[in-house]
Design a protein around this ligand. Structure first.
Ligand code: FES
Length: 160
């Protein structure tokens, strides 16, 4: 049986199979989620806020708790979409504003332009480039370094 989940940012309802995670619903609705860690509960890129229906989701695992603890924009309504499974009706999801560092080529193309939205750190969710700021070559270099560090962190963590 599927459950209905509301995606507040695009004002759309989506059906998610019972016990399936929220991430599947986001992806089905073409919401771009970077999934830096590949859905293992170790990054910030699938961080969402639950506006309603927290009790209709699976409880937080220890890993999810640990990762959320490192995300600077985390609050009591935070969940990782790849870890939160839908068990019942009434869930409303909100997304943090901003985009995560993804394809560097896409970002290179933004040099000399103003960031349309905040660009966020893939592990902590902190704002790396604020919306409205001019994107420079040195910012791109910093973003690249961040990306390398993030993937090193995720590789090291997955060895445990
Ligand atoms: S995709 Fe990384 S924590 Fe969900």
């Amino acid at each position: 049986m599927a459950k209905t989940v509301k995606l507040a940012p695009i004002n759309r309802e989506t059906a998610i199979a019972t016990n399936d995670n929220l991430l599947s619903g986001l992806l089905k609705n073409e919401l771009k989620v970077l999934q830096e860690c590949g859905g293992r509960g170790m990054c910030a890129t699938c961080h969402v806020y639950i506006k309603a229906g927290m009790e209709s989701l699976s409880p937080l695992s220890r890993r999810e708790q640990r990762t959320l603890g490192a995300i600077t924009t985390c609050n009591v309504n935070s969940r990782l979409a790849c870890q939160a499974r839908v068990l019942d009706e009434g869930v409303i999801v909100e997304l943090p504003s901003g985009m995560y560092v993804s394809d560097m080529q896409d970002i290179e193309a933004l040099i000399g332009r103003r960031a349309e939205q905040n660009i966020l750190h893939p592990l902590t969710g902190t704002v790396l480039v604020e919306a409205g700021k001019l994107i420079t070559r040195s910012m791109i270099t910093q973003l690249e370094e961040t990306r390398v560090k993030a993937s090193q962190y995720l590789t090291a963590e997955s060895e445990f």
